[in-house]
Write a protein that binds this ligand. Structure first.
Ligand SMILES: Nc1ncnc2c1ncn2[C@@H]1O[C@H](COP(=O)(O)OP(=O)(O)O)[C@@H](O)[C@H]1O
Ligand SMILES: CSC[C@H]1O[C@H](OP(=O)(O)O)[C@H](O)[C@@H]1O
Length: 395
């Protein structure tokens, strides 16, 4: 008898996840499946279902009706599973090399069944273990250029674009970002978490009116600039990699926002390695340079060859757009550095440093660099100047 209740949402267990997998005809009827719940993110359940005999496996991801990291006291729409599945399909059509295949979705169960990427490692974990993934920045530059161009008015045309804006309305997940990235770190909010050794720097940050003005401006950009379909949470914990492949997962925060947001999150999460990884610092600086160079070159080619807007193809207009994306990206990178240091959701790059003084020094650099990028973003004229500022702050 089936133990999956039809037409009703309920959280899966390892047993019911196997039953669901068998019902999908991905495995043979007599397959002996094993299943482990492997979710280590803040929000969802992730089941790894394996048929060892046939050498086949899948991932079943399910949204819970609350944020897993906090519990049932933080209710959260399960519609995020549909947003994530739709975004994976959209980005998968645009940049198939960099996105896991989606095999099946169920909006009632809030389930997405997708390609198992277990042969790769989460990039943040790989970096902390000493990997540098030589192709990751080339791949991310191409992924960003394609997804951000082909979902814009210029790549999609204004009518299709408006339909997609509607499809990806995602207020509850956006509100998390609005609070955790653009609001809570800048006052004494309950959600903040930081070590006492940082308190004098955090209090100074709460009193910094110039910083708050610029964060307000960046938040307004995030709230109002519906430029492109964003991944919306593009940190190195949302990227699987090895030395030849890169795959971007977990776009449940997808919505139409400013292109610089995804680019800035990539910059910031590479900057954490620039800050903490003394031995391989230069390689991570090069990764940041490569992300921007590949993004800029690929985006420019797409703009010049695929543009749906007759009048948009002037050098001055592409240059205007790239300058806006760059300045926004620097500001959003600054916000990500600060919120991952003192806000609710931290990063293992910083928190995993065992020695207290080394850890506090790294966190101070993250806060200082974040503040500079937020305040100076419009004065930093190019990539070279950005890198000079980073090196000046870190060394
Ligand atoms: N397609 C996949 N293949 C293999 N493992 C995956 C896959 N998707 C997610 N995982 C595993 O589950 C973890 C949590 O997934 P993620 O999508 O980041 O969840 P959350 O939305 O809760 O942050 C990842 O860190 C990874 O270990
Ligand atoms: C309560 S959500 C906090 C934080 O978690 C999300 O990350 P992930 O789903 O990758 O674990 C996102 O970054 C949110 O800001």
């Amino acid at each position: 008898m089936s133990i999956i209740k039809q037409g009703i949402y309920h959280p899966l267990t390892e047993t019911t996840a196997i039953e669901l997998a068998l019902n999908l005809s991905i495995f043979s009827e007599d397959a002996k499946l094993s299943c482990n719940e492997i979710g280590d993110g803040n929000l969802n359940l992730v089941f790894h279902v394996v048929d060892t005999h046939a050498g086949k496996s899948i991932i079943i991801k399910q949204a819970l009706p609350y944020a897993k990291v906090v519990g049932e006291s933080w209710p959260l729409t399960i519609n995020r599973a549909k947003i994530e599945a739709d975004a994976l399909k959209t980005f998968g059509r645009i940049a198939p090399d960099f996105v896991p295949a989606v095999y099946y979705t169920d909006d009632v169960l809030a389930v997405t069944v997708m390609e198992d990427l277990s042969h790769l490692l989460i990039a943040r974990t790989g970096f902390i273990n000493g990997e540098t993934y030589p192709l990751i920045s080339t791949h991310l530059g191409e992924y960003l250029a394609k997804t951000l161009f082909y979902t814009s008015d210029y790549g999609l045309g204004p009518t299709r674009k408006k339909e997609q804006v509607q499809q990806f309305i995602n207020p509850e997940l956006c509100k998390i970002t609005e609070d955790l990235i653009f609001t809570d770190p800048y006052y004494d909010a309950e959600t903040n978490e930081f070590e006492e050794g940082l308190r004098p720097f955090v209090v100074a940050l709460w009193r910094d009116e110039e910083l708050q003005f610029h964060v307000n401006v960046l938040k307004k950009t995030f709230l109002t600039d519906a430029e492109v379909l964003l991944h919306g949470d593009l940190h190195t914990g949302s990227i699987f990699a090895n030395n030849s492949e890169t795959k971007v997962i977990d776009p449940e925060f997808a919505f139409y926002g400013p292109a610089g947001f995804d680019i800035g999150q990539v910059f910031a999460n590479l900057l954490f390695q620039v800050i903490v990884n003394d031995k391989k610092r230069d390689l991570f600086v090069e990764h940041i340079e490569t992300v921007w160079d590949v993004f800029k070159n690929t985006f420019t080619i797409l703009w010049e060859t695929q543009n749906k807007e007759v009048l948009a193809q002037s050098t001055s207009f592409i240059s205007y757009n790239l300058s806006k994306f760059f300045a926004d990206a620097l500001g959003f990178a600054g916000c990500e550095l600060i919120r991952r240091t003192i806000g609710l959701a931290h990063v293992a790059d910083l928190d995993g440093i065992k020695d207290e003084q080394t850890r506090l020094a790294a966190k101070r650099k993250s806060l200082e660099l974040g503040g500079i990028l937020i305040k100076q973003r419009k004065n930093i004229k190019d990539l070279g100047e950005f890198i000079e500022i980073v090196k000046g702050k870190i060394n």
